[in-house]
Write a protein of this length. Structure first.
Ligand code: CDP
Ligand code: ZN
Length: 215
């Protein structure tokens, strides 16, 4: 029956059919081009980090690797550098390597009082080993006092010593206008976002160049 049906098709039907087939193959061609572009998309990963520590008397206040003169400091197993801890988590998140607690457990005596710059250096090394480099990071420190703005250039200089060469870093301080644990001075928090790119990755061919090559 089907064969009969086919046999009965006139020239118009055949040309319609070939038009449909030609369109379908164009769509398939376009799809495979889109898929191949997708697989050649630049290797970029984004990660976010958050941390919070108590502000207590009798501890130095270390933020971004810089000791800031203040009557209280952050409490923790390491130097409790909340800024660096959030940044480490953002980088680890981007490379899919969990979090800082997994790599440097606070029950391990080796990390007692350690400078968080050392932890950041190890995190960056891990990213490099896995084929990633930091493009940029943006960090917000949330605390009522002291003002961190005057120390930001020194922090950026310190962090740049251990971050991927050429990585751009931005740091800002923010209060919560007296609200919550950061507002009362009970503690400080930090949030970070980091963008990483795959190292030595072949540049993707753009769609425009592909079209020109075909014509
Ligand atoms: O004015 P807005 O509510 O956006 O910010 P704020 O929390 O009142 O902080 C005002 C400015 O103080 C910020 O833009 C920072 O430059 C600075 N700041 C700081 O350096 N260190 C802090 N711990 C908090 C704020
Ligand atoms: Zn921490």
């Amino acid at each position: 029956m089907a064969m009969d049906g086919m046999d009965m098709m006139d020239d118009t039907d055949t040309s319609q059919e070939s038009k449909v087939e030609s369109r379908m193959s164009k769509v398939a061609g376009h799809r495979s081009k889109v898929e191949s572009q997708r697989s050649e998309a630049p290797g970029l990963r984004v990660g976010c980090g958050f941390d919070a520590h108590r502000l207590v008397a009798g501890r130095p206040l270390v933020l971004g690797g810089v000791t800031i003169p203040y009557q209280r400091g952050l409490e923790g197993h390491s130097d409790a550098d909340v800024l660096i801890h959030a940044l480490c988590d953002a980088i680890l998140g981007a490379i899919g390597a969990g979090d800082i607690g997994r790599h440097f457990p606070d029950t391990d005596p080796r990390y007692k009082g350690i400078s968080s710059l050392v932890l950041l250096q190890r995190v960056v090394e891990l990213a490099h080993e896995q084929g990633w480099r930091l493009v940029n990071a943006d960090v917000t420190v949330i605390m009522q006092a002291p003002k961190i703005a005057p120390y930001v250039p020194a922090m950026i200089a310190r962090l740049s010593e251990v971050l991927s060469p050429g990585a751009a870093i931005n740091i800002k301080g923010k209060t919560t206008e007296g609200m919550g644990f950061t507002g009362t001075g009970e503690g400080a928090a930090a949030m970070a976002v980091a963008l990483l790119e795959q190292r030595n990755r072949r540049k993707p061919r753009t769609g425009r160049r592909g079209i020109q090559a075909r014509s």
